[in-house]
Design a protein. Sequence first.
Length: 355
Amino acid sequence: MQLECILKLYFCKKTTMMNTKAITQIKDFLNKQLTVEALKGLIIDDYEEVKQVDTSESLSSLTNTYIKDWQAQKVESSFIYTGFPTLDALTGGFCLGDFIVVAARPGMGKTQLMVDLTLRFSRAGFPVHYFTFDLSKKGLTDRFIACESGIALHQVIHHQLNEEEASKIWACDKSLSETLVGISEDIQQSLTGFIALCVDLVTNKGIKVIVIDYLQLLSTFRFKNNREQQIALITRELKKMARAHKVCVIATSQLSRSVETRGGDKRPMLSDLRESGAIEQDADKVLFLYRPEYYQITEDEYGNSTIGQMEVMVAKNKTGITSTANLMVNEHFTSFSDGGGIYDITLPADRLSEI
């Protein structure tokens, strides 16, 4: 009976002509290659179509509206600043409607930087929803507490605190309770369901920034045997959602192991983005995180110390230049501060985006 209902749903969403793809999907189900839930998700992902309505406006009309709003001082800034002056000067800030990718190899500090940025965005008045697919809610909360208190993460996790440190932890209860941050740890197998959840958060809770940690842990029922096509679909839908609902979507991403096997300084390049060139194509900005210290590089070419230094390499930037800003990591690797200055690191052409 359940199968009958699903098939009715399927054919209601199709034209009267059954195509080859439709036949293949039904055969897969009948051969027990798909569960009922999987088939349902695939149908929803594949054929959830909305009738398109012409919503176009003339350029003259749009310009006229903008000028009137500007004259009436109704034009609101769509920029979200990180609070790191050098990074903001380089990127021009993040934009509502942007799809941004922050990528690095494991151990570089992606999650901890996103925790720091989440608190900064929230305190600037931008509500944030953080999807943590790599860590549990508790694991991520530990990192927020470590960032807020400045106490080493392992001490927070194992409650190895002296009296002074314990008082700092208690103080976090008040300071973090005032933030505009929500956290989810569930992984939605239906991409349509995940996008719908994000839209609901934006519409009903006023969320302005969505963090996805991390991109490769998202999935879809479509293209089960082709991960590159799956990632391409996911990034395309995230970008469409960001633009349509004027929300800044920031997704962390893993880089391929080829970084580790490469000689030299091992700075990442766009071709290192794991599983799909669509990540580079769809992103409005691509930021790579790189810590020389991780590779036992303790001095730069001028003899300056690189201890505690994190380079934020802006490899793609549709609204600005591509270069590198410098952040400093605090002694316990829980939060970050501005490193001062923008560093124009010369990279081979294939490391930069073609905009």
